[in-house]
Write a protein that binds this ligand. Structure first.
Ligand code: SF4
Ligand code: SF4
Length: 266
């Protein structure tokens, strides 16, 4: 904690950034925006910090304050690499204050973040408990799986907190809000709910860093990480995709190769 605060304070004091986006040292660990060196004593980090702070990097209010630094555990570091690969971060304008558990790992630019991830976190995998839930789901028949998701999605109130929490959801106008034509019903009811949640997860496939922020934000307790992890597995097995390690990588969802497996086309 002390090292993190000192590093953040140094960045602000030396005017290398105008803002440090971190977590506040109080219950719930909400996001905290340190604009002055003396604010940095209020920063904290521990395992209860579930919010992915990279989601702020696309906001106009933050864009107006660049350069900024962001407190980033491994999944958030991967989000920074994904955003870099998708040309969503102005070069040299975002620094990461890397943290992991009780350790502060240092201050890194985008290239340094990718290097750190490859050196220290190249074997990052979903947590065993989540993998177990994925296995349990995949053992069900397609009809049972459909019934499971139908029951879960029926609880969705379409608050879009999952979208707001995700750094990968940065479209200025989400498909769910387009109404000419309307692709997805906006009523919080069966079919539209199903389409919304499946579409949100599909748009993240090969881009999701399994940070868990969407599931943590969902007030209805939907098991969004289960859906994300299934798609993460598919992206890895079918396309060798491991998002968040290569700032030059083309996003899986936005690229096509003649070598892709086309066996699904009939
Ligand atoms: S979809 Fe959820 S788990 Fe994946 S990057 Fe977005 S917020 Fe994180
Ligand atoms: S956060 Fe939960 S309830 Fe809100 S739109 Fe997303 S899945 Fe639905």
């Amino acid at each position: 904690m002390k090292a993190l605060r000192e590093a953040a304070e140094k960045l602000l004091r030396e005017k290398r950034v105008s803002l440090v986006i971190g977590y506040e040292d109080r219950k719930g660990r909400p996001a905290f925006f340190a604009a002055k060196p003396e604010d940095c004593g209020r920063l904290a980090y521990d395992a209860s910090c579930r919010q992915n702070l990279a989601a702020y990097l696309g906001k106009p209010e933050i864009r107006a304050r660049l350069p900024v630094a962001v407190v980033a555990p491994p999944a958030v570091l991967r989000s920074i690499v994904v955003l870099t690969a998708e040309s969503q971060l102005p070069p040299g304008q975002v620094l990461a204050l890397a943290v992991d558990g009780d350790s502060f790992l240092g201050t890194f630019d985008a290239a340094g973040v990718a290097e750190l991830l490859r050196a220290k976190y190249s074997t990052l995998a979903p947590e065993p408990a989540l993998l177990e839930r994925v296995q349990g789901l995949l053992q069900k028949s397609p009809a049972e799986r459909a019934a499971f998701w139908e029951a879960e999605f029926s609880k969705c109130t379409r608050c879009y907190a999952c979208r707001a929490a995700c750094p990968g959801c940065y479209c200025s106008r989400c498909i769910v809000e387009k109404n000419a034509p309307q692709w997805i019903s906006t009523a919080a009811l069966g079919h539209g709910n199903y389409t919304w949640s499946v579409m949100r997860a599909f748009h993240q496939s090969g881009r999701c860093t399994l940070c868990g922020a969407c599931e943590a934000a969902c007030p209805q307790g939907l098991p969004l990480m289960l859906l994300n992890a299934v798609l993460d597995r598919e992206a890895l097995e079918e396309f060798g995709s491991r998002p968040g390690y290569d700032p030059e990588a083309k996003p899986l969802i936005g690229s096509w190769s003649a070598d892709d497996d086309h066996s699904y086309m009939r």
